[in-house]
Design a protein around this ligand. Structure first.
Ligand SMILES: O=c1[nH]c(=O)c2[nH]c(=O)[nH]c2[nH]1
Length: 317
């Protein structure tokens, strides 16, 4: 059995001002997103370092080759100043290659980041409102994420895996969702619902065919988490869903249709459907009252590739 052995640093908060703006984004009908100014480029980074050379630190307490995790934090922060690109994926790949270039006894790096979003704020400018280029609002909403894996292979440093993601998207649709027709047996207590308030938490991951697109250097190549978010809520808005399973399938289909540069989309969804307290309010045509559901919660995991898209096209012919 192969041993698990790595160590590293988490919660490395990086804030870089005036990074290169992200431009030349593919236009899609579901989104007005056209790029990021990157006046503030912030992320929370986690790095794990691999190498057989570290075995003696675990076995014998020999720290001769141990790069302190505190130094790793400094390394990441220092290189944030050197990064010339516009994307989190690009930065994580840049810094992980630098780790292997600098420390010859490191053989692999797994690095991930969650982008800290700061929202633009409109301020009065020349008789109308324009986004302030100086003041931003810290956002507690969903985040763009990325994971990069880099390995040393003989004399080369190779990026062996990459994944981009949208984490913690929380969407409520107040009506137009149902859930019925499921197995009924002696364990069933859930009433069928023909119109439920559907509250979902979504994590969505996507993988590019060519990593170069993820770096943000190719026109129309980069897929922004903001665009994935906009597709997710647009599909939710447009279509009545019979289940979360089917909803995420349709969101995935739309993402793969819009972005031919992607080979795979993966979902993890949570069902947080509110509990109905009042089905009718006498003074209101269609108002209801809800509260948070009690635990436990349901979840769905689903990954899809372009083969699923081709299967859809075949069946609609
Ligand atoms: O969209 C849903 N899928 C399920 O599988 C499920 N199960 C459940 O109890 N509620 C729901 N909702």
């Amino acid at each position: 059995m192969k041993r698990t052995m790595s160590y590293g640093k988490a919660d490395v908060w990086v804030y870089r001002t005036y990074a290169k703006p992200l431009t030349e984004i593919r236009n899609i009908p579901e989104s007005t997103f056209s790029g990021r100014k990157n006046i503030l480029f912030g992320m929370n980074v986690k790095v794990a370092v691999e190498g057989e050379a570290f075995f003696s630190s675990f076995k014998d307490g020999d720290n001769t080759l141990v790069v302190a995790t505190d130094s790793m934090k400094n390394f990441i922060l220092k290189h944030a100043g050197d990064y010339q690109g516009a994307t989190q994926e690009g930065f994580l790949e840049f810094v992980s290659h630098r780790f292997l270039e600098t420390y010859s006894h490191m053989t692999g790096i797994i690095i991930s980041g969650e982008q800290i979003s700061f929202e633009e704020l409109p301020v009065p400018t020349n008789g109308s409102f324009e986004p302030s280029p100086l003041v931003f609002r810290y956002s507690l909403n969903e985040q763009a994420g990325a994971t990069i894996e880099v390995k040393r292979k003989k004399d080369e440093i190779i990026t062996t895996n990459h994944l981009s993601s949208l984490k913690g998207l929380k969407l409520i649709k107040v009506k137009g969702s149902s859930f019925y027709g499921y197995v009924k047996d002696e364990y069933t207590t859930l009433p069928e619902s023909f119109d439920r308030p559907l509250f979902i938490f979504l994590n969505i991951d996507w993988r590019y065919n060519d990593l170069e697109d993820a770096r943000g250097n190719t026109p129309d190549g980069y897929v922004a988490a903001e665009q994935v978010r906009d597709i997710a809520y647009t599909v939710f808005h447009e279509e009545n869903s019979p289940s979360i399973q089917n909803l995420i399938y349709r969101i995935g289909t739309r993402i793969l249709e819009r972005f031919p540069q992607l080979v795979e989309v993966c979902f993890e969804s949570n069902n947080r459907t509110w509990e109905t307290i009042l089905d009718e309010i006498p003074a209101s045509q269609e108002g209801k009252v809800f509260t948070e559901p009690r635990p436990p919660y349901g979840f769905q995991c689903f990954s899809m590739t372009r083969d699923d898209l081709d299967a859809n096209e075949e069946s609609s012919k």
